[in-house]
Design a protein around this ligand. Structure first.
Ligand SMILES: Cc1cc2nc3c(=O)[nH]c(=O)nc-3n(C[C@H](O)[C@H](O)[C@H](O)COP(=O)(O)OP(=O)(O)OC[C@H]3O[C@@H](n4cnc5c(N)ncnc54)[C@H](O)[C@@H]3O)c2cc1C
Length: 262
């Protein structure tokens, strides 16, 4: 049996941890939050997404069953990881919301989609969502369902480009029912007092009168522990969104593929 330390209890970390434990290894998993699931737990909050929580519960349950030593509420640093004397370290620290580098982004009305979905921040009545991928659309759906007036802007020619066709169909119907205003081919240039300066087809215009500007422009990998641990532990891997932000299925697949090689 090898000593394996997994950093991060999102779908990728949970998957590699339980399968490695099932295969007889001694596995410690550090998770800074009190609960497992990472971004996927947040992804289970928007309308119709509750099923996702089952996958988190399943892999957590399997980890408990096969003896993973879960250390919830523990943000691991390089020293703490090295102190475990691991044979293998797996960085599964996921991703955090990307913030566009544009003027005005420090306006207090600017919040992230994740802070809205988790209820960490309350949204005002009229909101502008910047970014029309899966997360932006689901935030629009959630807020629309609660009666907020939502405008969604997207640089690309269509929204929900990263959403599976069958899911997208119903998501778009719901956005329509909630009367979400959608502007495609529209790029934010600057955040203003109560809105944004945008560019559409080479022309600039201002969108104003919003209580919040919600940022949903994609995720950025969190993987500083990789650099910090390189050369300090015998074997080091990075999986899931920590290597490149994608979908849970990718993190789970990478976790499972790695676990069967350990
Ligand atoms: C709103 C939303 C909806 C989504 N919907 C879907 C969907 O429908 N389908 C889909 O496939 N994907 C969806 N995704 C994407 C999916 O959630 C991610 O791709 C997936 O969670 C990545 O898994 P991961 O294990 O790599 O990282 P994460 O889920 O980001 O988990 C990383 C974990 O590491 C922990 N961590 C970080 N640093 C440390 C540290 N130093 N010490 C201890 N713990 C640490 C974090 O707290 C976190 O729990 C959605 C994402 C969001 C935000």
């Amino acid at each position: 049996a090898r000593k394996i330390v997994v950093i991060g209890g999102g779908p990728g970390g949970l998957e590699v941890a339980w399968i490695a434990a099932y295969r007889g290894h001694n596995v410690v998993l550090f998770e800074k939050e009190q609960n497992p699931g990472g971004q996927f737990r947040i992804g289970a909050i928007p309308p119709g997404k509750q099923e996702l929580a089952k996958a988190i519960n399943y892999s957590t349950h399997m980890g408990e069953k096969y003896g993973v030593d879960f250390r919830f509420g523990t943000e691991a640093d390089a020293d703490q990881v090295a102190a475990e004397n691991p044979d293998v370290v797996i960085v599964a620290t996921g991703a955090k919301p990307g913030i566009p580098d544009i003027p005005g982004v420090d306006n207090p009305k600017v919040v992230t989609a994740i802070d809205i979905i988790t209820g960490k921040e309350d949204a005002g009545e009229k909101v502008l969502i910047v970014g029309g991928g899966l997360v932006g659309c689901e935030t629009a759906d959630l807020l629309g369902e609660h009666g907020h007036k939502v405008t969604l802007i997207e640089t690309l020619t269509e929204v929900a480009n990263d959403v599976q066709e069958s899911v997208k169909h119903f998501l778009m119907l719901r956005l329509k029912r909630h009367e979400v205003q959608i502007a495609t081919n529209t790029t934010v240039k600057e955040i203003l007092q109560d809105g944004a300066k945008v560019e559409k087809d080479g022309q600039e215009k201002q969108l104003a009168g919003f209580d919040n500007i919600i940022i949903a422009v994609g995720a950025k990998s969190v993987n500083h522990l990789k650099q910090q641990l390189e050369g300090k532990v015998p074997e080091l891997h990075v999986i899931g969104d920590a290597s490149e932000p994608r979908q849970a299925i990718d993190a789970i697949e990478e976790g499972a593929s790695l676990a069967i090689k350990l």
